[in-house]
Design a protein around this ligand. Sequence first.
Ligand code: APR
Length: 257
Amino acid sequence: MDASQADLKKVASYIKECQRLVILTGAGVSKESGIPTFRDKMTGLWEGYDPAKMATPEGFLKDPSLVWRWYDWRRKLVGEVQPNAGHVAMASLEARSSALESGPDHFTLVTQNVDRLHQRAGSTRVLELHGNIVTFRCFERGHQAHESIPFDLEFPPLCRCGALLRPNVVWFGEALPAAVLSAASQVARQCDLMLVVGTSALVQPAASLPYMALEGGAKVIEINPNETALTEDATTFLKGASGVVMPQLVRFLDGVN
Ligand code: APR
């Protein structure tokens, strides 16, 4: 059964009272925008391809054209969709928090997503744990590519140094950007409320962040249509879609419901 009005009201009061709010998101928050999650079966053109094999440095070197075209397809898809009501609600929580006397340190959005829909919805205090698929860097030396990269290329374009360009996404087997992970761990430990939205809570190190929050004494609220590895340890589980529950919480905050 979806989240009760009583639970929604309770969580809205937690948000209202909290001093430092962190939101951790996963692919589920972009699902209502039309972006398949990672645990969704690969469909259409890419049915039968294994993301875990393509989203790796080895996979890229083995077949640069295939991996490039897969990311190109996702980059095009991301460009064609819009942020959904859940993204917009989370951006409004940031705007509301920044207006509070506790100031901008009050709010951080930590995402595993690489689609930048949070930013397009207006979120600015975003930590991208897994990078993004809309900017590119040199595979060999990390030179950032500042030029815009056209769609529908058969092969990865070359960096000015002559090496292949690759998306600025964290591939399986690669370390997360150290500064981003450190900042995410710090805000997780220091927050007094964490909303965990649209993630299966399976992939490390992101999956450890809610437990850092719990150890720091924070309440952890999970928002997901399905139970996950985190559910039994969460303070409260709000069953439902991000695009439904997040706007409901904002409406409760506005005292409308
Ligand atoms: N609203 C909220 N959650 C949803 C919705 C929705 N509308 N639809 C699905 N979900 C939930 C699913 O129940 C699932 O728990 O979103 C979650 C998606 O889980 P995954 O597909 O595992 O995505 P994610 O948790 O972000 O994966 C983490 O794994 O593959 C790697 O690097 C990749 O960042 C990704 C990481």
